[in-house]
Design a protein around this ligand. Sequence first.
Ligand SMILES: CC[C@@H](C(=O)O)C(=O)SCCNC(=O)CCNC(=O)[C@H](O)C(C)(C)COP(=O)(O)OP(=O)(O)OC[C@H]1O[C@@H](n2cnc3c(N)ncnc32)[C@H](O)[C@@H]1OP(=O)(O)O
Length: 253
Amino acid sequence: MPFTLNLEDTVMKFTINRPQVRNAINLDVIVGFEKLVSAVHNDSSVKFVVITGVGEDAFCSGGDLSIFHGLHTAKDAFPMLDRMATVLYNIATLPVPVIALVNGHAVGGGCEIATACDYRLVSSRAKCGFIQGSLAITSGWGGGTYLFEKLPRQDLALQMLSQAKPLSATAMLNNGWATQVYEDDKDQALETFIAEMKKVEASVHRAYKQMLIRKWTGQNLLNQIREEVKTCSLLWEADEHHQAVQKFLTKRK
Ligand SMILES: CC[C@@H](C(=O)O)C(=O)SCCNC(=O)CCNC(=O)[C@H](O)C(C)(C)COP(=O)(O)OP(=O)(O)OC[C@H]1O[C@@H](n2cnc3c(N)ncnc32)[C@H](O)[C@@H]1OP(=O)(O)O
Protein backbone atom coordinates (compact mmCIF):
# COMPACT_ATOMS: atom_id res chain seq x y z
CA MET A 1 0.00 0.00 0.00
CA PRO A 2 1.62 3.33 -1.04
CA PHE A 3 0.00 5.17 1.86
CA THR A 4 -1.84 4.52 5.12
CA LEU A 5 -4.67 6.52 6.62
CA ASN A 6 -5.51 6.02 10.31
CA LEU A 7 -7.71 7.76 12.82
CA GLU A 8 -6.29 7.42 16.32
CA ASP A 9 -8.05 9.22 19.11
CA THR A 10 -8.83 12.52 17.34
CA VAL A 11 -5.78 12.54 15.07
CA MET A 12 -6.15 11.59 11.39
CA LYS A 13 -2.72 10.44 10.21
CA PHE A 14 -1.65 10.04 6.58
CA THR A 15 1.65 8.20 6.04
CA ILE A 16 3.37 8.03 2.66
CA ASN A 17 4.69 4.47 2.33
CA ARG A 18 7.13 4.31 -0.59
CA PRO A 19 10.49 4.05 1.21
CA GLN A 20 12.27 2.54 -1.82
CA VAL A 21 11.96 5.91 -3.61
CA ARG A 22 12.23 8.06 -0.48
CA ASN A 23 8.44 8.42 -0.30
CA ALA A 24 8.15 10.02 -3.73
CA ILE A 25 4.63 10.88 -4.86
CA ASN A 26 2.95 8.79 -7.56
CA LEU A 27 -0.67 8.79 -8.70
CA ASP A 28 -1.72 6.33 -5.96
CA VAL A 29 -0.46 8.73 -3.28
CA ILE A 30 -2.30 11.63 -4.93
CA VAL A 31 -5.49 9.53 -4.80
CA GLY A 32 -4.66 8.84 -1.14
CA PHE A 33 -4.46 12.57 -0.40
CA GLU A 34 -7.88 12.99 -2.05
CA LYS A 35 -9.24 10.26 0.27
CA LEU A 36 -7.70 12.04 3.25
CA VAL A 37 -9.55 15.26 2.37
CA SER A 38 -12.90 13.44 2.08
CA ALA A 39 -12.31 11.49 5.30
CA VAL A 40 -11.64 14.66 7.31
CA HIS A 41 -14.66 16.48 5.88
CA ASN A 42 -16.84 13.49 6.77
CA ASP A 43 -15.76 13.16 10.41
CA SER A 44 -16.49 15.99 12.82
CA SER A 45 -14.54 14.27 15.63
CA VAL A 46 -11.20 14.95 13.93
CA LYS A 47 -9.10 17.58 15.76
CA PHE A 48 -5.79 17.32 13.89
CA VAL A 49 -4.42 15.98 10.63
CA VAL A 50 -0.86 14.69 10.49
CA ILE A 51 1.08 14.02 7.30
CA THR A 52 4.30 12.04 7.54
CA GLY A 53 6.48 9.53 5.69
CA VAL A 54 7.40 5.98 6.58
CA GLY A 55 10.88 5.32 7.97
CA GLU A 56 13.57 7.78 8.97
CA ASP A 57 15.20 8.60 5.64
CA ALA A 58 12.60 10.78 4.02
CA PHE A 59 9.38 12.66 4.62
CA CYS A 60 8.96 12.94 0.85
CA SER A 61 11.31 13.38 -2.11
CA GLY A 62 8.72 15.13 -4.28
CA GLY A 63 7.22 13.80 -7.48
CA ASP A 64 8.35 10.32 -8.53
CA LEU A 65 10.78 11.30 -11.26
CA SER A 66 10.93 7.82 -12.75
CA ILE A 67 7.20 8.09 -13.50
CA PHE A 68 6.67 11.80 -14.11
CA HIS A 69 9.70 11.93 -16.41
CA GLY A 70 7.35 10.32 -18.92
CA LEU A 71 5.47 13.63 -19.12
CA HIS A 72 7.18 15.63 -21.85
CA THR A 73 5.23 18.72 -22.81
CA ALA A 74 3.51 21.44 -20.80
CA LYS A 75 0.22 19.89 -21.88
CA ASP A 76 1.34 16.49 -20.51
CA ALA A 77 2.60 17.89 -17.21
CA PHE A 78 -0.23 20.32 -16.43
CA PRO A 79 -2.92 17.77 -15.38
CA MET A 80 -0.57 16.06 -12.88
CA LEU A 81 0.67 19.38 -11.45
CA ASP A 82 -2.84 20.80 -11.30
CA ARG A 83 -4.34 17.71 -9.65
CA MET A 84 -1.67 17.66 -6.95
CA ALA A 85 -1.86 21.45 -6.46
CA THR A 86 -5.65 21.18 -6.07
CA VAL A 87 -5.50 18.41 -3.47
CA LEU A 88 -2.73 20.26 -1.64
CA TYR A 89 -4.89 23.40 -1.50
CA ASN A 90 -7.71 21.22 -0.17
CA ILE A 91 -5.34 19.91 2.49
CA ALA A 92 -4.10 23.41 3.37
CA THR A 93 -7.71 24.54 3.78
CA LEU A 94 -8.93 21.54 5.79
CA PRO A 95 -11.17 22.69 8.65
CA VAL A 96 -8.65 21.58 11.34
CA PRO A 97 -4.92 22.22 11.93
CA VAL A 98 -2.65 20.17 9.65
CA ILE A 99 0.77 19.11 10.95
CA ALA A 100 3.66 17.97 8.76
CA LEU A 101 5.68 15.49 10.81
CA VAL A 102 8.88 15.83 8.79
CA ASN A 103 10.55 12.56 9.76
CA GLY A 104 13.38 12.86 7.19
CA HIS A 105 14.37 14.73 4.03
CA ALA A 106 11.67 16.90 2.45
CA VAL A 107 12.79 18.08 -0.98
CA GLY A 108 11.09 19.34 -4.12
CA GLY A 109 7.38 18.60 -3.94
CA GLY A 110 8.00 17.07 -0.49
CA CYS A 111 8.97 20.51 0.76
CA GLU A 112 5.85 21.91 -0.94
CA ILE A 113 3.61 19.45 0.92
CA ALA A 114 5.18 20.37 4.27
CA THR A 115 4.93 24.09 3.50
CA ALA A 116 1.20 23.77 2.77
CA CYS A 117 0.65 22.38 6.29
CA ASP A 118 -0.04 24.64 9.27
CA TYR A 119 2.87 23.33 11.35
CA ARG A 120 6.18 21.63 10.53
CA LEU A 121 7.79 19.37 13.19
CA VAL A 122 11.17 18.52 11.73
CA SER A 123 13.65 15.76 12.59
CA SER A 124 17.09 17.21 13.39
CA ARG A 125 18.55 14.84 10.73
CA ALA A 126 16.27 16.09 7.94
CA LYS A 127 17.36 18.28 5.07
CA CYS A 128 14.63 20.32 3.45
CA GLY A 129 14.48 22.49 0.39
CA PHE A 130 12.88 23.69 -2.79
CA ILE A 131 15.41 22.01 -5.06
CA GLN A 132 13.20 22.36 -8.16
CA GLY A 133 15.47 25.09 -9.56
CA SER A 134 18.25 22.51 -9.87
CA LEU A 135 15.91 20.64 -12.24
CA ALA A 136 15.25 23.82 -14.26
CA ILE A 137 11.66 24.10 -13.06
CA THR A 138 9.87 26.05 -10.33
CA SER A 139 7.71 24.57 -7.64
CA GLY A 140 4.53 23.39 -9.34
CA TRP A 141 2.18 22.22 -6.60
CA GLY A 142 1.60 25.64 -5.01
CA GLY A 143 4.55 25.38 -2.63
CA GLY A 144 6.19 28.64 -3.72
CA THR A 145 2.94 30.51 -3.09
CA TYR A 146 2.59 28.93 0.38
CA LEU A 147 6.23 29.75 1.15
CA PHE A 148 5.76 33.47 0.44
CA GLU A 149 2.62 33.35 2.57
CA LYS A 150 4.18 31.56 5.52
CA LEU A 151 7.81 32.56 5.89
CA PRO A 152 8.16 35.64 8.08
CA ARG A 153 10.85 37.06 5.74
CA GLN A 154 10.11 37.35 2.03
CA ASP A 155 13.80 37.79 1.17
CA LEU A 156 14.62 34.44 2.81
CA ALA A 157 11.70 32.78 0.99
CA LEU A 158 12.94 34.07 -2.37
CA GLN A 159 16.51 33.05 -1.52
CA MET A 160 15.36 29.55 -0.56
CA LEU A 161 13.56 29.11 -3.89
CA SER A 162 16.39 30.65 -5.91
CA GLN A 163 19.27 28.77 -4.29
CA ALA A 164 17.43 25.49 -4.86
CA LYS A 165 19.40 23.55 -2.27
CA PRO A 166 18.45 21.52 0.80
CA LEU A 167 19.01 23.22 4.17
CA SER A 168 19.55 21.68 7.59
CA ALA A 169 16.69 21.45 10.09
CA THR A 170 18.41 24.12 12.20
CA ALA A 171 18.65 26.50 9.23
CA MET A 172 14.94 25.86 8.53
CA LEU A 173 14.11 26.69 12.14
CA ASN A 174 16.15 29.89 11.96
CA ASN A 175 14.46 31.09 8.78
CA GLY A 176 11.01 30.46 10.26
CA TRP A 177 9.99 27.46 8.12
CA ALA A 178 10.20 24.79 10.82
CA THR A 179 7.86 25.18 13.78
CA GLN A 180 10.03 22.92 15.94
CA VAL A 181 12.99 20.61 15.50
CA TYR A 182 12.94 17.30 17.37
CA GLU A 183 15.84 14.95 18.15
CA ASP A 184 14.54 11.44 18.62
CA ASP A 185 11.15 9.75 18.53
CA LYS A 186 8.71 11.32 16.04
CA ASP A 187 5.58 10.01 17.77
CA GLN A 188 6.74 11.43 21.06
CA ALA A 189 7.52 14.76 19.37
CA LEU A 190 4.01 14.84 17.93
CA GLU A 191 2.33 13.94 21.24
CA THR A 192 4.26 16.64 23.09
CA PHE A 193 3.42 19.22 20.42
CA ILE A 194 -0.32 18.59 20.45
CA ALA A 195 -0.73 17.86 24.19
CA GLU A 196 -1.96 21.34 25.18
CA MET A 197 -4.02 21.87 22.00
CA LYS A 198 -5.74 18.50 22.48
CA LYS A 199 -7.40 19.82 25.64
CA VAL A 200 -9.21 22.45 23.55
CA GLU A 201 -12.57 21.63 21.94
CA ALA A 202 -12.56 20.65 18.25
CA SER A 203 -15.06 23.47 17.58
CA VAL A 204 -12.47 26.03 18.70
CA HIS A 205 -9.73 24.57 16.45
CA ARG A 206 -12.17 24.65 13.56
CA ALA A 207 -13.17 28.27 14.25
CA TYR A 208 -9.53 29.45 14.26
CA LYS A 209 -8.77 27.53 11.09
CA GLN A 210 -11.72 29.25 9.41
CA MET A 211 -10.16 32.65 10.21
CA LEU A 212 -7.03 31.61 8.35
CA ILE A 213 -9.00 30.18 5.44
CA ARG A 214 -11.01 33.44 5.17
CA LYS A 215 -7.73 35.35 4.87
CA TRP A 216 -6.57 33.10 2.02
CA THR A 217 -9.95 33.21 0.29
CA GLY A 218 -9.94 37.02 0.54
CA GLN A 219 -6.57 37.26 -1.18
CA ASN A 220 -7.52 34.60 -3.73
CA LEU A 221 -4.62 32.32 -2.88
CA LEU A 222 -5.98 29.64 -5.19
CA ASN A 223 -5.58 31.91 -8.22
CA GLN A 224 -1.93 32.52 -7.33
CA ILE A 225 -1.44 28.76 -7.03
CA ARG A 226 -2.99 28.21 -10.47
CA GLU A 227 -0.46 30.69 -11.93
CA GLU A 228 2.35 28.76 -10.24
CA VAL A 229 1.11 25.52 -11.80
CA LYS A 230 1.01 27.10 -15.27
CA THR A 231 4.53 28.53 -14.91
CA CYS A 232 5.95 25.18 -13.83
CA SER A 233 4.25 23.30 -16.65
CA LEU A 234 5.76 25.70 -19.22
CA LEU A 235 9.27 25.23 -17.81
CA TRP A 236 8.68 21.48 -17.61
CA GLU A 237 8.84 21.00 -21.38
CA ALA A 238 12.29 22.62 -21.74
CA ASP A 239 15.24 20.39 -22.66
CA GLU A 240 17.14 21.65 -19.59
CA HIS A 241 14.50 20.10 -17.31
CA HIS A 242 14.45 16.74 -19.06
CA GLN A 243 18.25 16.59 -19.10
CA ALA A 244 18.48 17.36 -15.35
CA VAL A 245 15.95 14.65 -14.50
CA GLN A 246 17.74 12.16 -16.76
CA LYS A 247 20.98 12.98 -14.94
CA PHE A 248 19.34 12.27 -11.55
CA LEU A 249 17.81 9.01 -12.74
CA THR A 250 21.00 7.67 -14.34
CA LYS A 251 23.55 8.88 -11.82
CA ARG A 252 23.83 5.55 -10.01
CA LYS A 253 23.59 3.30 -13.02
C1 LIG B 1 7.10 16.65 -9.92
C2 LIG B 1 6.74 17.81 -9.09
C3 LIG B 1 7.91 18.65 -8.71
C4 LIG B 1 7.37 19.78 -7.88
O1 LIG B 1 6.34 20.37 -8.26
O2 LIG B 1 7.93 20.13 -6.86
C5 LIG B 1 8.94 17.83 -7.98
O3 LIG B 1 8.73 17.30 -6.91
S1 LIG B 1 10.40 17.64 -8.78
C6 LIG B 1 11.14 16.30 -7.88
C7 LIG B 1 12.13 16.82 -6.98
N1 LIG B 1 12.73 15.73 -6.30
C8 LIG B 1 13.97 15.33 -6.50
O4 LIG B 1 14.68 15.87 -7.34
C9 LIG B 1 14.35 14.17 -5.64
C10 LIG B 1 15.75 14.08 -5.48
N2 LIG B 1 16.06 13.06 -4.49
C11 LIG B 1 17.03 13.33 -3.63
O5 LIG B 1 17.58 14.41 -3.63
C12 LIG B 1 17.47 12.23 -2.72
O6 LIG B 1 16.97 10.99 -3.14
C13 LIG B 1 17.02 12.45 -1.25
C14 LIG B 1 15.51 12.63 -1.11
C15 LIG B 1 17.74 13.68 -0.64
C16 LIG B 1 17.40 11.21 -0.41
O7 LIG B 1 18.79 10.94 -0.56
P1 LIG B 1 19.36 9.52 -0.17
O8 LIG B 1 18.87 9.13 1.18
O9 LIG B 1 20.84 9.55 -0.38
O10 LIG B 1 18.66 8.50 -1.16
P2 LIG B 1 19.00 8.23 -2.71
O11 LIG B 1 19.21 9.52 -3.43
O12 LIG B 1 20.08 7.22 -2.77
O13 LIG B 1 17.63 7.64 -3.21
C17 LIG B 1 17.24 6.29 -2.89
C18 LIG B 1 16.44 5.76 -4.06
O14 LIG B 1 15.28 6.56 -4.20
C19 LIG B 1 15.20 7.07 -5.53
N3 LIG B 1 14.56 8.38 -5.48
C20 LIG B 1 14.78 9.38 -4.62
N4 LIG B 1 14.00 10.42 -4.89
C21 LIG B 1 13.24 10.07 -5.94
C22 LIG B 1 12.23 10.73 -6.68
N5 LIG B 1 11.79 11.95 -6.38
N6 LIG B 1 11.68 10.07 -7.72
C23 LIG B 1 12.06 8.82 -8.05
N7 LIG B 1 13.03 8.14 -7.38
C24 LIG B 1 13.59 8.77 -6.34
C25 LIG B 1 16.63 7.15 -6.00
O15 LIG B 1 16.72 7.20 -7.39
C26 LIG B 1 17.21 5.89 -5.38
O16 LIG B 1 16.84 4.80 -6.21
P3 LIG B 1 17.84 3.55 -6.42
O17 LIG B 1 19.14 4.13 -6.91
O18 LIG B 1 17.14 2.69 -7.43
O19 LIG B 1 17.96 2.92 -5.07
